[in-house]
Design a protein around this ligand. Structure first.
Ligand SMILES: Cc1ncc(COP(=O)(O)O)c(C=O)c1O
Length: 340
């Protein structure tokens, strides 16, 4: 519809502040871009890879967050809580055991706000991830952590960060994503209500993966409070996996946010499917989903095979770009012809 004269008049008299509109995707700063009911991450419907007529399936694209993953939600909420308690300043920053998405979100948010950030990570974390953390402004503390090989984060890193936070409490505070209720709260306040609104309350199934378990617990709490019949289906990679960000049930002890009572089905899935499925999602649906999304898609596939009906939403935590080395390991043929 062309603008009416009065619309025109308004736009001429607008100050630059007034043109801010998340509808038009104009933001005044990066914090305004953080997700919430007024600014949800997109839901995109799965078409070619959904053979079911009675089941509509959507992917929630968390890589559309400002720092590229679902962890922007938890990081923002944990920082907000620390700020409310006046625990952060230019001389007292964050220390966190993290090799991945949470580290990047925390580091980026902390840098912009002027807080120092120290990431404690095992030596086995790939160089790209270490460099990304540095690029975002974090200091790195790389330790020998053989307890839990990459991609999971070892208890050694967690204990080291705890020691730092204790011994140098005037310089560092540790949000501790594995125990921090704000990690759950982020999904009760944002991800859950977004999905509820975006599906007009018709969501029947959600498919999630398990890392810190902030996502699954927050989403389940919110969605079941709206409709106790919503089914929460969690996927975990088979043992010996290399899916960044995820934990097999045997590695979950460290995640104090895990609540088995909120999960209707817990599926163990061959970790190789994480890589295979995500490549298929890219090629067939144009969704550049990372490995944890590929694993989640397998959970949805199994539900569709067993005749699920209704509206499903899969949480696609991040995209494929950080993981090309892992894909080359799983599919060496990708490297064919890449050298002259
Ligand atoms: C890529 C990816 N997928 C899934 C998860 C799991 O999310 P949560 O920690 O909320 O369980 C993470 C967590 O770091 C992640 O980085």
């Amino acid at each position: 519809m062309p603008p009416s004269p009065s619309d025109h008049e308004t736009s001429h008299t607008s100050t630059p502040e007034q043109i801010s509109s998340t509808d038009q995707r104009v933001y005044q700063d990066i914090f305004e871009m953080l997700p919430g009911v007024d600014n949800p991450t997109p839901l995109v419907r799965i078409n070619q890879l959904n053979p079911c007529e009675t089941f509509t399936l959507y992917a929630k694209l968390e890589w559309m967050n400002p720092f590229g993953s679902i962890k922007d939600r938890a990081a923002a909420q944990m920082i907000k809580a620390l700020e409310a308690n006046q625990e952060l300043s230019a001389t007292r920053g964050i220390v966190e055991p993290t090799s991945g998405n949470t580290g990047l979100s925390l580091a980026a948010l902390a840098s912009v706000k002027g807080y120092p950030m120290r990431a404690v990570l095992p030596n086995k974390v790939p160089l790209t991830k270490k460099l990304l953390l540095r690029l975002a402004g974090a200091e790195l503390q790389v330790i020998n952590d053989e307890l839990c090989p990459a991609p999971g984060l070892g208890d050694g890193s967690i204990n080291m960060a705890k020691t730092y936070a204790k011994a140098q409490s005037t310089r560092y505070v540790m949000p501790n994503q594995y125990e921090n209720q704000n990690n759950v709260e982020a999904h009760i306040e944002t991800t859950g209500p977004e999905i509820w609104n975006q599906t007009s309350g018709q969501v029947t199934h959600v498919f999630v993966s398990l890392g810190t378990c902030g996502t699954v617990t927050g989403l389940a709490k919110f969605l079941k409070s709206q409709n106790p019949e919503v089914r929460v289906i969690a996927v975990q990679p088979s043992e010996g996996h290399d899916v960044p960000g995820l934990r097999n049930i045997s590695q979950l002890e460290v995640s104090k946010l895990y609540d088995a009572d909120l999960i209707d089905e817990l599926l163990e899935i061959d970790f190789r499917l994480a890589y295979q499925n995500s490549m298929e999602l890219f090629r067939k649906e144009g969704l550049r989903a990372g490995p944890s999304s590929g694993l989640i898609f397998e959970g949805a596939r199994q539900a569709m095979k067993s005749g699920a009906e209704g509206v499903g939403v899969m949480i696609f935590c991040d995209d494929i770009f950080k993981y090309t080395d892992s894909y080359a390991r799983h599919f060496p043929e990708l490297l064919d012809g890449t050298e002259p």
